[in-house]
Write a protein that binds this ligand. Structure first.
Ligand code: G3P
Ligand code: CA
Length: 242
C-alpha cells in the first residue's frame, strides 16, 4: 500500500499557500493529491483561504465572509510570501476544481467551519464537487463534528474525514460513529494503538503536517493512507527510497 502524498495548501513551502501557483507546483512535483481550505464569502462563494481573516495571507483586512467574491478578487494573495508572486489572487473553489478535473490528482477539501459554522457549506461544496465529477477522488474533511454528522448522508459517494489534534482513547470509533470514513490526525497523535484501531474500524488514517524526514518515515512505516506535507518533493523522494 502506498502512503499518498498530499501537498498541504499546495506546495506551500515554495509558493503562497492555497493559490493556483502552489497547486500547480505540487502537480509539477508529482504529488498524489492536494489539500486545500475553503471558507465562504458574503455572497456565498466558496473560496480557498486558510484563515477566517484576510491579514496573514493577503493585503486585505477583516473577515472573509464580510466581503463579496468580487471584492476579494481585488486583493493580492502572493506578495506577503514573495515579491515574484505579486498579483496572485484568492482562488474560488470552482477555479481549482476546473484546474484539477483533467489531472489524475486526489483532492482533500477541508471545510473551515470549526470557528465560523458557515450555513450550507457542506451542500455548497458537495454540489460543486459533483458538478465537476470529482466525488470519487475527493475527501471532505473538517474539525467540526457537527459538520461530519451533516456530511454523513453523503459518505457513500464521497470520503468524509474527521480532523483532530486532540488525544482521545477511542478516536477511531468516535470518528466512525460520527459518520466519517477516515480520521485525519495531527502527527503527534500517531501511535501503534491508534493505527491498529483505525485498521480494526476500517477507517483510513492520514496525518498532518508531516515535513520532517523522520516523521515521513514513521508514517510510511505505519502504512498510513496519506500524509499532508508542505514539502511534497521531499516526501516523494523519501517514499521512493523507502
Ligand atoms: O487537513 C490537514 C490540515 O491542513 C489541518 O490543519 O490548520 O493546516 O488547516 P490546518
Ligand atoms: Ca487544512
Amino acid at each position: 500500500m502506498n502512503t499518498e502524498i498530499f501537498a498541504h495548501r499546495g506546495a506551500s513551502q515554495y509558493a503562497p499557500e492555497n493559490t493556483m501557483p502552489a497547486f500547480d507546483l505540487a502537480w509539477k512535483m508529482q504529488a498524489d493529491g492536494i489539500e486545500t481550505d475553503v471558507q465562504l464569502t458574503k455572497d456565498g462563494v466558496p473560496v480557498l483561504i486558510h484563515d477566517e481573516r484576510l491579514e496573514r495571507t493577503t493585503d486585505g483586512a477583516g473577515y472573509v465572509n464580510n466581503f463579496t467574491f468580487k471584492e476579494l478578487r481585488t486583493l493580492d494573495a502572493g506578495t506577503w510570501f514573495e515579491e515574484k508572486f505579486s498579483g496572485t489572487l484568492i482562488p474560488s473553489l470552482d477555479e481549482m476544481l476546473g484546474w484539477i478535473q483533467g489531472k489524475p490528482l486526489y483532492l482533500n477539501i477541508e471545510l473551515k467551519n470549526n470557528k465560523i459554522d458557515y450555513e450550507h457549506l457542506e451542500a455548497i461544496v458537495i454540489e460543486k464537487v459533483r458538478h465537476y465529477q470529482l466525488l470519487n477522488r475527493t475527501i471532505l474533511s473538517t474539525f467540526n463534528p457537527d459538520s461530519v454528522i451533516r456530511l454523513r448522508p453523503f459518505n457513500h459517494e464521497v470520503e468524509v474525514a474527521y480532523l483532530t489534534s486532540k488525544r482521545n482513547k477511542f478516536l477511531a470509533s468516535a470518528a466512525k460513529d460520527l459518520g466519517a470514513n477516515a480520521l485525519h490526525i495531527k502527527y503527534r497523535l500517531l501511535t501503534p494503538r491508534l493505527r491498529e484501531a483505525c485498521q480494526r474500524e476500517q477507517m483510513n488514517i492520514r496525518v498532518y503536517t508531516v515535513n520532517h524526514p523522520a516523521h515521513v518515515h514513521k508514517c510510511l512505516e505505519y502504512k498510513c493512507h496519506g500524509i499532508f506535507t508542505d514539502v511534497p518533493d521531499v516526501a516523494l523522494r523519501l517514499r521512493e527510497q523507502y
